[in-house]
Design a protein around this ligand. Sequence first.
Ligand SMILES: Cc1cc2nc3c(=O)[nH]c(=O)nc-3n(C[C@H](O)[C@H](O)[C@H](O)COP(=O)(O)O)c2cc1C
Length: 363
Amino acid sequence: MPVRLGDLEIASNLFLAPLAGYTHLPFRLALRPLGGLGLATTDLVNARSLLERNTKSLKLIETVSGDAPLAVQIFGAVSEEMRDAALLLQERGVRLVDVNMGCPVRKVVRLGGGAALLADTDRAARLLRTITSAVRIPITCKMRLGWDAESLTAPEVARALEDAGAAAITIHGRTRAQGFSGGVSLDGIAAVVRAVRRIPVVGNGDVTTPAAAKEMLEYTGCAAVSIGRGAFYNPWIFCRTRAFLDGAELPPEPGFEARIAFMGAHLDRMVEVFGEEAGCRMFRKAAVWSVRHLGPSAEFKRRLGGLRVRADFDAILAHWRAWRTSFLGSDGELLPRFRPLAAKGDGAGEERLRVPSGPHEWW
Ligand SMILES: Cc1cc2nc3c(=O)[nH]c(=O)nc-3n(C[C@H](O)[C@H](O)[C@H](O)COP(=O)(O)O)c2cc1C
């Protein structure tokens, strides 16, 4: 199903949620050829740093022609800086800007930005109006259900943001106080869908299977779902969910070799974009998520810390393959008792999604 975000038509309503440190250009370039993905969003970028042309911030917004459709996500506490950052992005050809209203970083919250906006509807609306009245491109917002269970402000804030010109709202179905604990509230997402009048709502949180995506769409009435951690555990989630939603035959779960090939392509893009040393270093943490479907991986993880140049990866894989043979049956497949839960078919993939520690625990 296509989704319209302002003047942009996005062909698939399955989006990649931004995960700072993970969903940068190399991952997006490796992911897109697998199919099914609609919109992707950059890691969040500090508006002020962008205006200062900070090298790291400019790197975060790096893209190429095959990396579309793409939104750039910005955060900040000062409306004028947010507006100017959106203008700068528009000048650079960015087609969509997403405003992060869930940022928990104390410096931003103290100044009334990020997650504090959830507790101040008027301020949130004024901030957005400052941006939307200055740019031509669509501006979307990403937020949580509210500050805590006693203050579920998302429906009210979403409605005010719509009036202030937001082209869509993405809602992670947890409160800020929840972090990543507890389940995602589909009722909370549905309340936001009911609150807005015309714009699409993108549901988000804990989608790891085609069935979970379908349930979120059907139960809440949201127009699209965005998938973050689930895309790292299983990059095929977009094409498989697309087929599932379109009533086509569900493509089989990819096997070991296909997943290893994906990791190799991801690492190649990391090296191209960030250089060999930084690319290898940054790849390590993503690789730990990618091997989750592959059964015993202790030896892989143990050696991963030594990944310094591209060729190291082939050596690590060779060692892992040899070590792994003791877990395989005569058919070359993992013996049933070593198969990870997530590989046992749809509906069984609802393992607890692990979250690395850091400020994003509240996004
Ligand atoms: C490591 C990590 C980094 C994140 N970075 C961002 C970010 O830059 N911007 C943002 O809006 N949300 C960020 N989030 C939140 C995700 O976009 C998403 O809302 C959340 O992970 C729930 O979706 P999921 O269950 O599909 O992962 C981050 C989450 C994690 C775990």
